[in-house]
Design a protein around this ligand. Structure first.
Ligand code: ATP
Ligand code: MG
Length: 555
């Protein structure tokens, strides 16, 4: 597969601004998450984009928590977001909170009231909606619209002072009730909320709406390019209106299409349901499309950045195939992962002509993709081994280059063996496979002259470390669970996690670094789970060696 870097139209726009000397050639972007959940791969796209543009044009990127909704926000999220951005490899210029600007925003609102451009509304949300009209029919003015500036100032102050109940009053911008753009039909600027804020505590009982808070925060920070997703395109005239009327720094908004990936959902609200209803084991469950989930799954920051670079950005809605994400991590781990042997569905293999009690130490390269092999480790070999149950067939078909009565294969880094017989238990399962080995066929010094087609992995039974292995599949059975009829959760893949309690790995893994990534030969790429202990190791499969789904789909 050869994949080219995708074009980035925002890069062209900014390059042109810099060339024209706009803002003296200064570029300042921001990443503005609402701290109401963990970041997902859609956010990763936005992070790579904003921080990437900041770096590219010798500018900076601010991290700004858009914390204007006290009900859903929490410091747990604030902390996880910072951790995730840094893990992705980015560092913000300044860290701000929209709540830092509450006093300034209040002053901006007072300025607009004084200019006759904002008024305190008595009507309820339902009444306002009923008067809003339709895109082809103008809205109606409420009786509050003609309040005097003095009265508005007094009422707005009283709102701040907690004199009214929630929903009793709002502050609205006075723009144009006949505008074809519904966002300009006297949008809300402030609402009353008696809620404890994660930073300002109980200081405020009025909170600015997104449309009033966002652009003003951009302007206060002198953000040059404010990048958001396409659903905000219709908000842009309002974004510009506030800035113009206030005469403040003219930040400019640009939009791109949200990142969507198939077989998953990408909305904090939906991911929150999966967590709260116990469909997954937390925000960092390795099946989740969250940054913390894919990190625990074994993805590296470089592979995520590569994915974002390959997929690029566009102004057209699109869905990216998850196999592209898998391609990115496979490509990296093929070059970097330490090779080890593990058996996840073990059956006993006994080499009848190998001396009982004898142990040989074989040598295996740590990574044949690295020049010089990346060093070596010792692999013990003895009379009794574990091999994969799937590598043996009682009645093998033609072209089965693994084990079956009379068949020969090579054991990786070891000898050629021949299957002589097998034993079944009472349940009718194969419980022991008996072989003979060819002493002169040892890897690296093979003088046997025997040709074999297949190579199999194994672990010496005497030396094997018992471990747990978690195997993952897609979290949803359908490509776009959000677009299907009914609850998206009814499309969860019940087989998305397989826990294997009795797998075996070679002893070299005992001293592995917890951050290290492995290729278990023939099985896929694996990493330590964070809950691993030295005497109770748990490995997560990041991805298989090949794209098995593409094969199934007949691609
Ligand atoms: P969600 O619906 O998942 O909560 P959001 O847009 O409400 O997403 P925010 O915390 O407000 O989440 O987003 C922070 C930034 O990340 C915004 O600039 C937003 O446009 C961007 N972003 C969020 N989701 C995506 C996505 N799927 N693709 C690209 N950018 C995204
Ligand atoms: Mg949001």
């Amino acid at each position: 597969m050869s994949i080219e870097k995708a074009p980035n139209f925002l890069e062209d726009i900014i390059a042109e601004d810099v060339r024209l000397g706009k803002n003296d050639g200064r570029v300042l972007t921001r990443f503005p998450p609402e701290p109401n959940g963990y970041l997902h791969l859609g956010h990763a796209t936005s992070i790579c984009l904003n921080f990437g543009l900041g770096q590219k044009f010798n500018g900076q990127t601010n991290l700004r928590f858009d914390d204007t909704n006290p009900v859903t926000e929490d410091t747990e999220y604030v902390e996880s977001i910072q951790r995730d951005i840094q893990w992705l490899g980015f560092q913000w210029g300044n860290l701000f909170y929209a709540s830092d600007y509450f006093e300034q925003m209040y002053a901006f609102a007072v300025t607009l009231i004084k200019k006759g451009l904002a008024y305190v509304e008595d009507c309820s949300a339902e009444e306002i909606a009923a008067m809003k009209g339709t895109p082809t029919e103008p809205g109606k003015a409420s009786p509050s619209r003609n309040r005097s500036v003095e009265e508005n100032l007094e009422l707005f102050e009283a709102m701040r002072a907690g004199k009214f109940k929630e929903g009793e009053k709002t502050l609205r911008a006075k723009i144009d009730l006949a505008s074809p753009n519904m966002h300009l039909r006297d949008p809300l600027m402030y609402r009353i909320k008696f809620a404890h804020h994660h930073r300002t505590g109980d200081k405020w009982c009025i909170y600015p709406m997104y449309d009033f808070a966002h652009g003003q925060s951009d302007s206060i920070e002198q953000i040059t390019h404010s990048i958001c997703t396409l659903e905000f395109e219709v908000h842009k005239p309002l974004y510009n209106w506030f800035i113009e009327q206030l005469g403040i720094f003219p930040s400019q908004q640009y939009e791109f299409a949200r990142r969507n990936i198939n077989y998953t959902v990408m909305s904090k609200r939906k991911l929150m349901q999966l967590v709260n209803e116990g469909h997954v084991n937390g925000w960092d469950d390795p099946r989740m499309p969250t940054i913390s989930g894919i990190r625990r799954r074994g993805y590296t920051a470089a592979s995520i950045r590569h994915f974002c670079e390959l997929t690029g950005i566009s102004r057209r809605e699109n869905v990216i195939d998850v196999s592209l994400l898998e391609y990115c991590i496979r490509e990296e781990l093929n070059k970097t992962a330490t090779r080890r042997m593990a058996v996840i569905n073990p059956v006993k293999l006994i080499i009848d002509n190998y001396e009982e009690g004898k142990v040989e130490m074989l040598t295996g390269e740590n990574n044949p993709e690295v020049e010089g092999g990346g060093g070596t480790r010792e692999i013990p070999f003895s009379r009794e081994l574990w091999i994969e149950r799937e590598d043996f067939m009682e009645e093998p078909p033609k072209k089965f280059f693994r084990l079956g009565p009379g068949l020969t294969v090579r054991l990786k880094h070891a000898y050629i063996i021949k299957c002589e017989s097998f034993v079944k238990n009472e349940a009718g399962e194969v419980s022991e496979i008996h072989c003979t080995y060819f002493p002169e066929s040892r890897s690296g010094q093979d003088t046997s002259g025997i040709q074999v087609k297949g190579t199999m992995h194994f672990v010496s039974a005497l030396h094997a470390l018992p471990v747990q292995v978690n195997l993952y599949d897609r979290l949803f059975k359908v490509e776009n669970p959000s677009a299907e009829e009914g609850d998206f959760k009814s499309y969860i893949n019940e087989q998305s996690l397989t826990v294997v309690q009795n797998a075996y790995v070679e002893p070299a893994l005992r001293d592995a670094d917890p951050e290290e990534k492995f290729q278990f030969i023939r099985l896929g790429y694996f990493c330590f789970d964070q809950d691993s202990k030295r005497d109770q190791m748990i490995f997560n499969r990041t991805v298989t060696l090949k794209d098995t789904w593409a094969k199934e789909a007949g691609k």
